[in-house]
Design a protein around this ligand. Structure first.
Ligand SMILES: Cc1cc2nc3c(=O)[nH]c(=O)nc-3n(C[C@H](O)[C@H](O)[C@H](O)COP(=O)(O)OP(=O)(O)OC[C@H]3O[C@@H](n4cnc5c(N)ncnc54)[C@H](O)[C@@H]3O)c2cc1C
Ligand code: FES
Length: 378
């Protein structure tokens, strides 16, 4: 570190107009005092449209917990775009992300990333993590939703003989199913890990409209701590089933067809005190609640841009389209990276439809749209 500082001082004297850290980053691309970076070490194709990118992070990174995610910055046409990606590598190992090509940034990550490329990073975060005390687990995943759970499975299953994990993973076809072979091998090797590969192309969607399917695939599912990650409809359906079951359990009855009236599904044995719970990780969120209203003139004061907008487009998208350098991260209202001061006007929260706005208030531009004229301090 001292050596680096001396080198930075020397570079500062000898060079101009490049900043010392720019010179240092020529020798070590991961070095930056301003922005955490990582260097890509390996890229592995997973399916036709997904790949795992391994990287070595620079100073400032903190080791991830299984299930956490990180913001990754990628430069496209000279503009840095931030997206969030779950870390698919097990805890304790160098990080990796597994990306599915669904749009501009993911497309570039999957198709154009090579060893030696530099990624912009923010440290891992998120509370979709393993329980503090060992519990039987049920993992429900679909599509790219397998990524955080893969980190949990890799962390837990080979290293903890007391682990008890059931995974139901849904994908369209065997070829689309990320990590399919590794999951099957782990299930063959470790009797404490059971996996069901559910191919919607053959069997239709996983059905959470009643408990019947889960009763068949994982009869003790109510006794397990459950985790789910996948597309919105999959998660909404699972959430609805868990809510119904929890309500029924609280009433001391059950919704399950064929159960005797009054039979309780509260956990028994060592987990008797644990309620029926489901922990969810979402990659996208519905912004429909606030759609369909009038917008207004949006002024990006410091960037000297003005745009007339509808009342449904997130201000983050409006700013990016207008060429304003907007801070962002998850793009769905969870990380607060996009907070921007409001100078004047009112915004609508697209998740709830609620209108708010006080001068000086920090607003989440990724989930807020203009509700009349808006002036932003950016
Ligand atoms: C906490 C968190 C963790 C995430 N982890 C992963 C991950 O491990 N792997 C991964 O591939 N993506 C992950 N995502 C999604 C990722 O951040 C991007 O949203 C995604 O890559 C699309 O970005 P884009 O620029 O390519 O497309 P955009 O142009 O920004 O979006 C294109 C469309 O794709 C939708 N979309 C976003 N994610 C998906 C998806 N996974 N499948 C289908 N449609 C999607 C968006 O809602 C949008 O409508 C995660 C998101 C969050 C918030
Ligand atoms: S970008 Fe994460 S809250 Fe807006």
């Amino acid at each position: 570190m001292i050596r680096l500082r001396k080198l930075a001082r020397a570079a500062s004297v000898l060079t101009t107009p490049l900043a010392p850290e720019d010179i240092l980053s020529l020798f070590n691309p991961v070095f930056s005092a301003r922005q955490l970076r990582g260097i890509v070490t390996r890229v592995v194709a997973e399916t036709a449209d997904s790949a795992t990118i391994f990287f070595r992070p620079g100073r400032g990174w903190k080791a991830h917990q299984a299930g956490q995610w990180a913001r990754i910055g990628v430069e496209l046409d000279g503009v840095r775009h931030w997206r969030s990606y779950s870390l698919s590598a097990p805890a304790g190992q160098d990080p990796a992300i597994t990306v599915t090509d669904v749009g501009a940034v993911s497309g570039v990550l999957v198709r154009n990333t090579r060893p030696g490329d530099v990624l912009f990073l923010a440290p891992p975060q998120g509370d979709f993590v393993l329980p503090e005390h060992p519990r039987p687990l049920l993992m429900l995943t679909a599509g790219s939703g397998i990524t955080p759970v893969m980190s949990m499975v890799r962390t837990l299953v080979p290293h903890r003989p007391d682990a008890d994990v059931v995974l139901i993973h849904s994908a369209r076809t065997p070829e689309d199913s990320i990590f399919r072979e590794e999951l099957s091998e782990l299930a063959d090797q470790f009797p404490n890990f059971k996996v069901t590969h559910w191919f919607t192309g053959e069997r239709g969607r996983v059905d959470f409209s009643s408990a019947a399917m889960l009763d068949e695939l994982c009869p003790d599912w109510r006794h397990r701590a459950a985790y789910a990650c996948g597309p919105e409809g999959f998660l909404d359906d699972a959430e609805a089933l868990w809510s119904a079951e929890a309500a029924a359990a609280a009433e001391g009855s059950t919704l399950t067809e064929g159960s005797a009236a009054g039979e309780s599904h509260q956990p028994e044995g060592p987990f008797a005190a644990d309620p029926i719970n489901l922990i969810i990780e979402r990659f996208t969120t519905s912004l429909a609640a606030g759609a369909g209203h009038d917008g207004g003139l949006v002024t990006f004061e410091a960037s000297d841009r003005e745009v007339e907008v509808d009342g449904s487009t997130p201000l983050l998208d409006v700013g990016e389209d207008a060429g304003v350098l907007m801070p962002s991260g998850c793009r769905m209202g969870i990380c607060h990276s996009c907070l921007t001061p409001l100078r004047a006007g009112h915004v609508r929260d697209l998740r709830t439809g609620e209108v708010h706005g006080e001068p000086g208030q920090l607003i989440q531009t990724c989930v807020s749209a203009a509700a009349g004229p808006v002036n932003l301090d950016i």
